[in-house]
Write a protein that binds this ligand. Structure first.
Ligand code: 6PG
Length: 226
């Protein structure tokens, strides 16, 4: 397991460091290829980072935005991962709308998963994938004891233990098909799963390995048992 773990005192310290890391990786990718392809994490943890990015200077016209997973809710539902990122960041900077690819989960898990697989195929590999982790060691919408066809680029999820039950998730293969993966993990509720992960339990979070760098940013509370 070649993960590099960086510890932060607070979620705010972590968010500041992650924002700098993301902007640096964007500059490097754009200098190399003229584009920066980033996959966004859902849940609450990345919100501070998205807010900070909304205040940053960057070559926004060269950013391409994708999501790692989505909840099968109406597009304007406040619990949608896409809406959270839009409101916190994407509507406040000049990223061309044709370079922003939300998962159309409002159409149902199966249809949305198939459509998104076709949509992202030509953009692989990504430059950076952001991921959170749940208390049970899930990441994106890949949950423990939920088998999937490993060859799929994108999975339809129908019985997620974290509501809503219907979701769409990029697969382990697709989330790993990135130059860098950056895990963002805060809070005491994540400490048990973090320890299990780092002591070799094959949780979904443990199955993601980037092409080059798998980075873990975690705060003291999440690392309390490690
Ligand atoms: C989702 C997320 C999920 C999330 C973790 C952590 O749609 O729910 O993609 O994988 O990242 O559950 O969530 P928090 O950051 O809110 O703790």
């Amino acid at each position: 397991m070649n993960n590099s773990i960086q510890r932060f005192n607070t979620p705010i310290d972590l968010a500041q460091a992650a924002t700098v890391t993301i902007l640096q990786m964007a500059e490097q990718a754009i200098a190399k290829t003229g584009a920066f392809k980033i996959v966004l994490a859902g849940g609450n943890t990345p919100n501070l980072i998205y807010q900070a990015l909304s205040q940053a200077q960057a070559e926004w016209d060269k950013w391409w935005i994708f999501w790692g997973d989505e909840r099968c809710l109406a597009a304007d539902d406040a619990e949608r991962n896409s809406l959270m990122a839009m409101q916190a960041w994407l509507t406040k900077v000049a990223i061309p709308s044709e370079q922003i690819f939300p998962i159309a989960a409002e159409h149902g898990a199966q249809q949305a998963a198939q459509a998104y697989a076709q949509q992202i195929e030509d953009y692989l590999p990504f430059d950076l994938v952001l991921l959170g982790m749940g208390e049970d060691g899930h990441t994106a919408s890949l949950f423990p004891c939920h088998p999937h066809n490993v060859d799929e680029l994108v999975h339809a999820v129908f019985s997620a233990p974290k509501l809503p039950a219907h979701r769409v998730s990029l697969s382990v293969k697709t989330l790993s098909n990135s130059e860098t993966v950056l895990f963002l993990i805060t809070g005491a509720s994540k400490a048990k799963a973090f320890k299990l992960w780092q002591t070799g339990v094959n949780l979904p979070v443990a199955q993601i390995q980037a092409r080059k760098h798998t980075l873990i940013y975690a705060d003291d509370a999440a690392l309390a048992q490690f």
